[in-house]
Write a protein that binds this ligand. Sequence first.
Ligand code: GLY
Length: 560
Amino acid sequence: MPENDSTALFISAGMHPLVPYLLGQQHPSGRKLVNVQKCLRTSDIDEVGDSFHLSFFEMLGNWSLGDYFKEESIPWSYEFLTSKEWLNIDEEKLSVTVFAGDEKIPRDAESARIWEGLGIPKDRIFYLPREDNWWGPIGSTGPCGPDTEIFYDTGKEPCGSECKPGCSCGKYNEIWNNVFMEYNRTPDGEYELLEQKNVDTGMGVERTVAVLQGKDNVYEIEIFAPLVNGIKELSGIEVISEDQIRSVRIICDHSRAATFLLAEGIVPLNVEQGYVLRRVIRGAIRHGKLLGIEKEFLSVLSQIIIETYVEDYPHLKSNEDFIVTEFEKEYKKFNNTLARGLNRFNRIARNKEKIDGKDAFLLYQSFGFPIEITKELGKENDIFVDVDGFHEEFEKHQKVSRAGADKRFGSGLADKSEATVKLHTATHLLNEALRRVLGKDITQKGSNITQKRLRFDFNFDRKLTAQEKKDVEAIVNGTINEALPVKRIETTLDEAIRMGSQAAFEQKYGEKVSVYSIGDFSTELCSGPHVENTGELGRFKIIKEEGISAGVRRIRAVLE
Ligand code: GLY
């Protein structure tokens, strides 16, 4: 748990507790450190179930606080990974990525040169953009920098012609990254050199062990084996089928995360850390049902986890009674409503084209379904869930602001940093540009913004051509160059519709709605916040365009 830091619910990276030292404060242990950091990444929970993502994990770090830099860090990393004396990983299986550079920070040719000098051939060194090869800051300001990432090729078939290190299909396992933290991001979004050059390396323990134990996913490593056996025993499953793998993985991840969260004294609640805990516990319970486990089981699994980790984390054992009791209590609460909620979900899904904000809110309020569970059910049943509509409904009922609602749900959206606000405005521009290039029927199906990139889902049934992507970029950049004013007005829904506003949801609003207009270019129902003028945005660039389900495409884009 972060100390003295209200901007984050959890420690999500090794650098988080070390920020003062990266900024120059003297660390009592010196300028070269190694550590193991427990991390929880709420941003990765949705990906759990694939080969390599975990919500809770342990991160190994080597730190230079103004001591060694690239010339030492890269060769040492390579030696540690490949030398017979250390991890003895086959060098042929390793490839690396380095920062491609952008308008603000130059390309990291130096790291590439050092890798080449170590014998990594050019065709295994990839230049990737900020979206992939940049780390930090924690929050909107502070230490950050380009990184070089080291990938292990699992030998799986590539997922397509563009599959390369950085692709999330499971072929490449990112085991380590070295961040060259020599910049400070200032409140106005600029980068200045720090007084000292730092190195932050982060090595995921589970991912590295997977390589050492010849596994192509983290869930088959020895630390999870007792847990997987426990799940098999509880469910009576002897051989886990393809259909069941995801559920088993999610239960492994979520039960471990929840056990560690409970050991910190967090209890399941509807707000902040407690909400994240509730979400992982309820998610695990639902997947338990999918495997046929009809009784409370997380307390049983937690004992296995405590046994596994007791030596390194004795506080798990001293909190065992509390952990077990809380798992039992939460099961009781959720089990009462889960079956009825699933029935309700199925009924709605049979009769409607989507789960709208009101439906999702009903499932949340009356049946205790965290919105993420409803979203997951939507994915499994191929029906769209209006998450934005859910948040609107939540605000209406709870009389809280969007920022308050986001904090309650522990989502990354609580971040209202300059970078995310800019990307939010860019999302509106993208929405309208897509309608102009692909047709008036385009509507938003989902949106997710981090400080690094926007992600926008929309209805369309084929891949965009290179020309279409160029046209969309040109329209967005055209509006940025025109420096259009962004204005917020409050009006009625009818008036908003009359103005031609885009809305990601079609629920009925009794009262006032908030509409953001960008010059004459677009109007959209939205609760903000946004920049005041598009001239503040920088250059818009599409990084990736892909299909995510039948008739739905996803664009990732950045502002450079
Ligand atoms: N070293 C950066 C990170 O992965 O946390």
